[in-house]
Design a protein around this ligand. Structure first.
Ligand SMILES: Cc1ncc(COP(=O)(O)O)c(C=O)c1O
Length: 394
């Protein structure tokens, strides 16, 4: 007897996405993640990666990953809490703790796992999270998993955050949480004001610095360093998958926080640790940040050049303060058309629409890296000019 497909409704959902012009094929990278590369058989200037410093292909990271693989193998064969903690994982955590100026660090398999695993571990259903409306999905999922009450404040609205905190019983445990750099808009969380609120209302302060590590602060130490907030943020999350160029996430904080997470954070307990090559490449990335801080300066020079170019052309780049520069067009289908036309002319800038951003704030998102040349960026600006005019955006 033939069985009716119980997943047929998914096909209907996909059909609806196609009709709205929001269906996306995954673009396939056929070469290295570099400033000019090949996606879907086309050479393009790549403005879509989070490879801020070009470390995905840095010779030192490549060499250390190969060496660790030769010496230690390709996998760990276990979760961290059983047999999967290698000396190289411990070394990476010690290096990150020194980098972030905290007592200790625990590394997770991804930034997503670090956020979701941490928030869900430290809160219970009796607690409350006070969270910026644009915080990353991994924070949102962690909040849901914790079963704590979730109170969302409008983006960067410190007054509203304060009003929420003031309305809560003093005895209730509270977590105040923000992204350091918001991933779709490239603006910064108001850390000084939020830290002051956390102190006033006795809340735990947590910052997700995924897009800030390697980009802001001395040698890329992140927004806590940028704003001079050392000692005032209880939980710092970072990723090893963006500026660091490899894969993973981490939590930096007090030794008791880190030991607690080693006992209770479910991605740490129930998922296998990084291959040694990953840990070795991350350590090499920290060496690069210490020894070649000029690459961070190049990232900022390129950011200023490209952002001011887009602004001069008349594009709406929102409130970005970082190398993430959105080109906001509003309508989802228009954003996808803009992205497709740019791609056809040799520039890859991903279109982003609902539910990743609000329905009327669809955009293409651009990220320059330290390793783009001025010629590549000028070429991208020229293509933006011609496609923007073609579509009546500028
Ligand atoms: C703000 C933010 N936090 C966390 C993450 C997750 O990091 P990872 O890619 O390492 O899982 C991302 C990545 O998309 C992000 O943008």
């Amino acid at each position: 007897m033939s069985r009716r497909d119980p997943l047929a409704y998914l096909g209907a959902e996909l059909e609806s996405l196609k009709q709205q012009g929001l269906y996306r094929q995954l673009r396939v990278l056929e070469a290295e993640q570099t400033p000019t590369t090949t996606f879907d058989h086309r050479r393009v200037v790549n403005l879509s990666s989070n490879n801020y410093l070009g470390l995905t292909t840095h010779p030192l990271l490549r060499e250390r990953a190969l060496q660790a693989t030769r010496d230690l193998g390709v996998g760990t064969g276990s979760v961290r809490t059983i047999a999967g903690t290698m000396a190289i994982h411990v070394e990476l955590e010690q290096r990150l703790a020194a980098f972030k100026n905290t007592e200790a660090v625990v590394v997770f398999q991804s930034g997503f796992a670090a956020n979701a695993g941490t928030v869900s571990a430290i809160l219970t259903k009796d607690d409350v999270v006070v969270s910026d409306e644009l915080n990353h999905a991994s924070i949102v999922d962690g909040c849901r998993l914790s079963r704590a009450a979730i109170k969302v404040f409008p983006h960067k609205d410190v007054r509203q955050a304060r009003a929420i905190l003031a309305s809560l019983p003093h005895s209730q445990r509270k977590l105040l949480i923000t992204d350091g750099v918001f991933s779709m808009d490239g603006d910064l969380g108001p850390l000084p004001e939020l830290c002051a609120l956390a102190e006033e209302f006795d809340a735990v302060m947590m910052v997700d610095d995924a897009h800030a590590s390697g980009v802001f602060g001395r040698n890329g130490r992140g927004t806590i360093d940028h704003f001079g907030m050392h000692g005032r943020v209880d939980i710092q999350v970072g990723t090893l998958s963006k500026a660091i160029g490899v894969l993973g996430g981490y939590v930096a904080g007090s030794r008791s926080l880190i030991e607690f997470l080693q006992h209770r954070a479910r991605p740490f307990l129930f998922s296998t640790s990084h291959p040694p090559g990953v840990a070795a490449a991350c350590i090499a990335a920290l060496d690069v940040l210490e020894q070649e801080p000029q690459i961070i300066e190049r990232l900022w020079e390129n950011t200023r050049f490209f952002k001011s170019g887009l602004d001069r052309l008349g594009f709406n780049t929102g409130a970005s303060e970082s190398p993430i520069t959105p080109v906001i067009v509003g309508d989802g289908a228009l954003a996808m058309t803009l992205s497709d036309r740019l791609f056809a002319k040799g520039v890859f800038a991903q279109g982003i629409a609902f539910p990743t951003v609000a329905r009327d704030k669809a955009r293409v998102r651009t990220i320059v890296t330290a390793t783009h040349s001025k010629d590549e960026l000028q070429f991208a600006l020229d293509v933006f000019t011609s496609v923007g005019r073609e579509l009546g955006i500028i």
